[in-house]
Write a new protein. Structure first.
Length: 84
């Protein structure tokens, strides 16, 4: 597929470079915030998994079912991925 040929002005090229730098900076900040939140997130996940084993999960309206320990997924070895 061919793209439509076009030329960008110097001002536009400069703006694009500046915008790219700013976006990379914002992305690094978001990643740093997510990594700083990692210990809390691990705690939240552990609490959730404990809660669904003791209280259970809703299957339909007011019916609840406890999740057996063998149904709990194993934590992967990789870092927790947050998609944003």
């Amino acid at each position: 597929m061919k793209s439509i040929p076009h030329k960008r002005s110097r001002e536009v090229e400069a703006w694009l470079r500046k915008e790219e730098v700013e976006q990379r900076k914002r992305y690094r900040k978001i990643v740093a915030e997510q990594e700083a939140l990692s210990p809390k997130r691990d705690k939240w996940i552990a609490q959730f998994l404990q809660r669904i084993q003791t209280r259970g999960v809703h299957t339909h309206y007011d019916q609840m079912r406890k999740v057996r320990p063998e149904e709990i997924p194993v934590k992967p070895k990789r870092k927790f991925r947050v998609v944003f």
